[in-house]
Design a protein around this ligand. Sequence first.
Ligand SMILES: [Fe+2]
Length: 517
Amino acid sequence: MTGAAPQPDRRRLLTAGAAVLGAAASAQLWLPGTARAAATPLPDGVFTLGVASGDPLPDGVVLWTRLAPDPLNGGGMPDTTVPVEWELAEDGRFGRTVRRGTAQARPEFGHSVHVDVRGLRPDRRYWYRFRAGGQLSPTGRTRTAPHPHRRGGALRVALASCQNWQHGYFTPYADMLAQDPDVVLFVGDYIYESTPSATAVRRHEGIGEPYTLAEYRNRYAQYRTDPGLAAMHANAPWVVTFDDHEVDNDYAGEVPQDPGKQSHDAFTARLAAAYRAYYEHMPVRATAVPDGPHIQMYRRLDFGRLARLNVLDTRQFRSDQATSPAGAEDPSLTMLGAAQKRWLLDGLHGSPARWNLVASQIMMAETDLLPGDGKLWYYDAWDGYQAERNALLREFAGVRNPVVLSGDRHLTMISDLREDFADPGSAVVGAEFVGTSVSSNGDQDQAAFHAQWDPLKADNPHWKVIDAHRGYHLFDIGRSHLDAQVRIVDTVLTPRSGARTLARLRVESDEPGVRTV
Ligand SMILES: [Fe+2]
């Protein structure tokens, strides 16, 4: 969506712009007297949703914004296409601008803008901003991935998931910002589709669950108004994937949570609306422009030869959930679908990377909920798809340093991945970090959590840490080891909170499994 037709003022901006842009940090930089700006006067505050970047490559990154002066009521933009100037510089004062252009904010995409900037240098910080109708966006900061041949270096990744607006303020992001990750990995439940609740910490907009595109747009826009979330988007590139709540709780492919309440046609229309709004609000490439009720979200990102990140889609291609332990062992069930499974195995076995990260929305390690003999599983997670999960774990035995990064559970659960969870003596083939939640489930009574969950540890000896605080996980990845911190906040019931490291863990290269430090 870049490289649009030149505008009358473009040449003037390009020639005169550099000095102007370098001199003024907050002035209105749109040059006066442009025909286009006069033709489409815009309401004030078109950049209320801030800026974002994502999916970094060695030579490029996606820049995002959405013009929405009235974000909770459809956006508030005129029903016309609006040109948006963008620029990207090597410094935050825009003295060394290296790329600029004009993108079109189209009403059919909710006036969102996705600029896929290329031609950049690897492993570099860049700053960017937009302007439209004489208004200047906040400045964003991003960075590119390392050169593909780079073997060493260090990569700092923050893992987040599950931010329910109604359960709390997104206080973990202030701490994440201070930790300055190179990239933020978000593995699902970016919004929740639940109805507004008068008793919530803060209330969802609207009058019910979103079904239409306009309703999903309003929900995403509300979430983006959280200042912690907005600041984190503006300060690092994100790599995102969705789970169920971006559409409908526990849906599977084209099967909704409640098939009795939503016809197939109604649900595919809902999927199309939800995926479209997701694309509109995320800093992802044009490959993710939805085609009706389908969106291409599984993809790979390489960070030199240090780390490869395989981002999964565990929603669109899965079989409907089992309802019994025997059903969960049905070998015909699939989580990934045949094509994605082949793609994943190709990417794992053919990887040049030392660390092979798998971003999975849902937990891969076993959660046996039945003390003593027998098994009781959550059927929505990988446990509900035993045959495919176990086959994947056997493949992990031939992969260098597989580490699964997951969400969904609203708990920290850090586990060794074993070739066969039914055999506690089987080989450890990898590690998994389930990165708690940003706010979902709110503040928890930790004593009550441990009273309920600690008795299950004997049945789940692969668990290394379980915890119910809100927060995120922070990883420092180097050649010899991967260090992890469980970063937790004191509360999500107030807009600001203290934060601390609850636990430190390490995975040594070529020694599968997690140990506490
Ligand atoms: Fe969640």
